[in-house]
Design a protein around this ligand. Sequence first.
Ligand SMILES: [Cu+2]
Length: 145
Amino acid sequence: MVKYLGPGRGGRRLVRPYILWRNICPAVLLCAMVGCGSSTPSSPVTPPRGTADIGISVIAKRVLIVAHGAVYGYRPSGITIPAGSTVLWTNQTDATHTVTAVNGSFDSKGLDKGRTFQKTFTIPGTYHYMCLFHTYMQGTVIVTK
Ligand SMILES: [Cu+2]
């Protein structure tokens, strides 16, 4: 399933973790995790390591997850970036949030206070995203050519 991704770096980021998990799965999951049922693990996909940052040092846009009293939101909630740009979300609230694409193309998983999530957008289009824990939290990334 190798589709055209262009010369961008986004493709490599997607492939590497997948290959790692394929190598680790038989040894770790079957031996260490008892009764895991061989289902795909969800939380370890986005480890809080800095390895993903090595090739992507330029953050084109920063989005903060903020609280207005008991109401949370992304600020700014709408951004426009050229293709190939990286967006960094930072959770500044005490609550856990996610940055989850409505079309399923990305998902930060749970971000605790102070945690960040970054995504490089290589394909132009409009990406609506939301928080799985507070579905009224919604944002949009418009990626231009
Ligand atoms: Cu939330």
